[in-house]
Write a protein that binds this ligand. Sequence first.
Ligand SMILES: NC(=O)c1ccc[n+]([C@@H]2O[C@H](COP(=O)([O-])OP(=O)(O)OC[C@H]3O[C@@H](n4cnc5c(N)ncnc54)[C@H](O)[C@@H]3O)[C@@H](O)[C@H]2O)c1
Ligand SMILES: [Zn+2]
Length: 522
Amino acid sequence: MPQHFYIYGPPGSGKSTLGQALAGQLGLPFTDLDAAIEQAAGRPVRELFAAEGEPAFRVREAEQLRLAVASAPESVIALGGGALLDPASRTLAEQSGRILFLETPPAVLEARTGAQPGVRPLLTGRGHAARTPLAELLERRAAHYASFPLRLDAGHDRLEEKLAQAQIRLGAFRIRGMGRQETDVRVGAGLLDSLGRRLRAAGWTGASLVVADTNTADPYGQAAVDAIRQAGVAATLLTIPAGEVHKRLETLARLWQGCLEAGIDRGGTVVAVGGGVVGDLAGFAAATWMRGVRWIGVPTTLLAMVDSSLGGKTAIDLPAGKNLVGAFHPPALVLADTRTLQTLPVAERRCGLAEAVKHGVIADPGLLAAIEALPGNGAATCGDALVARAMAVKIAVIQQDPYEKGIRAALNLGHTLGHAVELASGFTLRHGEAVAIGLVAEARLAERLGLAAEPGLSDRLARLLARLGLPVEIPPGLDREALRRALLLDKKNEAGTIRFALPIRIGEIRTRVAVDPAVAIG
Ligand SMILES: NC(=O)c1ccc[n+]([C@@H]2O[C@H](COP(=O)([O-])OP(=O)(O)OC[C@H]3O[C@@H](n4cnc5c(N)ncnc54)[C@H](O)[C@@H]3O)[C@@H](O)[C@H]2O)c1
Ligand SMILES: [Zn+2]
């Protein structure tokens, strides 16, 4: 089934402008339904409306909608202001994609449409009279317009902001700037089923190797293989043992062997179905096999969705330390199927929430507030909107600084102390748990150094993370000397000092702050 992104709303809500911008950003075909109708009929919409009346116009509109839906597997379609009044058209749109409704206050609509009297079919009056038909139209369609659950505040003129919000609502992004490889990102429940169709649509029909671990192979790895085969593309499943200890050379060698046996050539595709361990390993195998083949990430942990699948870093561990051997090799596609989170153990979900909290602190106060509003102790599944919102922060940072020359270092928030605690604990703490401890410790450090501009941030983070069921204090039994040594191993260190990314306030991180290890541990 095709996947389209529909932009809908009353006249003057800015559907065409936003639709066009969104299509450009995502690199997708764009249809402006009114323009398509005009082109097909050879007459302006206003004339058609006047000459034929509304019912005949709706027939033309429905026909053009069917043509647009069939013209591409995935596209952006800006609808006319009444296009989904027709029940069949509405069903078609709902079944073939997502509908984003642009919510705009009547006064703004009046101002926008009043500026061009006569252009829009249902607003044919002039001056003062033009207001009445719009108000009347809005009243008549109030229940209809209110019935679209996916909504965007479109009452302002900041197109960039609307574009950013639209991508989050629709769960669709394209990351540019990481070398020649652009990464398309899609977020939503059930997306795994679309994997094969997407391979075919992109022309990636060479043999594929699906890599999963013992926890994700059944059912997700197998579902990926089935979806790919259904699209007529060869697929082989390779299952590796689960766990960080297997993110090592021996497993990588098995993946290379798997590439060989599956017949992966330069046109082939490696598909990683699992958490960050599978992604890092399969991504690194793809980076090195035949000097680099395409790979697709299908993250199945919250942490992998909001963090590790984005950004292009791939790696394996050595006995001497984590991620010591790696490559920068962005995936061509990241398909975050949020349905997979239903089977994720609670402890793993909490780890992903720790990274999402980090993203809130870096750039999105609303995201932080949304996590604070989650009920209970981190056990509840968080919705698609929250996942996409947390992803959007990392995506925005990467876009600004693909090669980590500046602002991208902000993503290390909580990770300098976090990694050291993780290492010093002998990996008895999970990564996300160590990050929770690191976030609180680094906020306190910023406060001790007099850098913090927002009183109480460390307490706020500690309260939130603890309620989510995460540890927030460096374990008292942890060997301080081991922690100090671990800090000195950090990849960001320069000339013997440790470089921190520290929170000044929510939305502002200072990077490359040099701190003495003794001060850092406190
Ligand atoms: N490349 C990067 O930029 C980047 C960024 C952050 C973290 N990482 C790496 O990511 C790794 C951590 O990722 P992670 O937390 O996803 O760990 P993980 O891959 O080990 O997954 C955690 C556990 O959950 C299981 N699991 C995964 N999906 C499941 C599902 N849907 N249902 C049930 N069980 C499931 C896994 O088998 C595993 O036991 C680390 O190796 C870290 O270094 C990489
Ligand atoms: Zn992390």
